[in-house]
Design a protein around this ligand. Structure first.
Ligand code: ZN
Ligand code: ZN
Ligand code: ZN
Length: 135
């Protein structure tokens, strides 16, 4: 029995209580990713859903291996999603070889965006915890 909370196993709020086992830790914020949490695996490292959600597109798209660009003077750039000609100075992304405007990328759920760019979008499971120990 624990000497602090006098429970066995410890009460979850007892300082002696072990942290619940995490499947992964987010490469960016370091927060644990628990079984049941969704996460992205990009280039061999895990990112929590919160980080992927919070990245602005100009960060997220290059992270996923795409390009983030601005329409330059004299360029004629057309969005493959909405078929609109993008005015000079507009930012756009190149996703899986397609030019997409910010609005069109915004409409893609990030789980689809991640898989479309050939990375994994998974839900962590109990088995991932043991994989961690096997290394
Ligand atoms: Zn305790
Ligand atoms: Zn994170
Ligand atoms: Zn568009």
């Amino acid at each position: 029995m624990c000497m602090v909370c006098r429970m066995s196993p410890c009460h979850p709020r007892c300082p002696n209580a072990p942290d619940p086992p995490a499947a992964f830790h987010c490469h960016d914020c370091g927060e644990p990713i628990y079984p049941g949490d969704e996460y992205a695996r990009v280039d061999g490292v895990e990112y929590c859903e919160g980080c992927i959600d919070n990245y602005p597109l100009c960060v997220l798209i290059p992270l996923l291996g795409g390009e983030w660009k601005t329409v330059q003077e004299g360029e004629s750039i057309k969005c493959a999603g909405c078929d609109e000609e993008l005015p000079v100075g507009t930012e756009y992304g190149i996703v899986d070889g397609s030019i997409l405007c910010e609005e069109c990328i915004d409409e893609i759920p990030y789980c689809d965006l991640v898989t479309r760019m050939n990375w994994d979008w998974n839900t962590a499971s109990e088995e991932d915890i043991y994989d961690g120990y096997d290394g």
